[in-house]
Design a protein around this ligand. Structure first.
Ligand code: FES
Length: 160
């Protein structure tokens, strides 16, 4: 006889997932996770929900918004435990985004001790890399920190 799937209470999911119960309720209200009701009308979660919660937290720590996270999770099957292939499909869709964030973090790490093209002209290097705030012509913000895609987007908007 098939064993009944192990279901977690909201407290167990919160403890193992490292989030507050209120956060789980919020995720559920946004459709990011699903629960079923016990005989006593209490929420019960599949163990696979732990992976969704871990994904939500990791993405949030990367600065990704819940709407975007919801779009990504929407490609996972709701009625069965997502497989490796399901998660691979999700991560393929996110690869470019994650690569862009890695590039932005690397630029921040590698350029923060030099001129970042912000307009302050406060470092000796600014005279070389941003004479008379030449970067302002490209757009607002730290032009030497933004990834090329962001700079190109700003330029297009200015020309539009
Ligand atoms: S660091 Fe601000 S303009 Fe160079």
């Amino acid at each position: 006889m098939a064993q009944a799937p192990v279901l977690l209470t909201v407290g167990e999911l919160a403890t193992r997932g490292g989030v507050a119960v209120s956060a789980l309720h919020y995720y559920e209200s946004r459709g990011l996770i699903q629960s079923q009701r016990s005989g006593g009308n209490q929420r019960r979660y599949s163990k696979a929900t732990l992976r969704r919660v871990a994904f939500i937290r990791a993405a949030q720590q990367l600065g990704v918004g819940l709407a975007e996270i919801g779009e990504a999770l929407a490609c996972l099957p709701a009625q069965r435990t997502p497989t490796k292939a399901d998660w691979a499909r999700l991560s393929t869709g996110w690869r470019a985004q994650i690569d862009a964030r890695i590039a932005a973090l690397q630029a921040l790490r590698d350029r923060l001790d030099g001129c970042i093209g912000c307009g302050c002209l406060s470092l000796k290097a600014c005279a070389l890399y941003n004479p008379q705030d030449a970067c302002a012509a490209q757009g607002s913000g730290a032009q030497r920190l933004l990834p090329p895609t962001a700079v190109a987007g700003q330029r297009r908007r200015r020309q539009a």
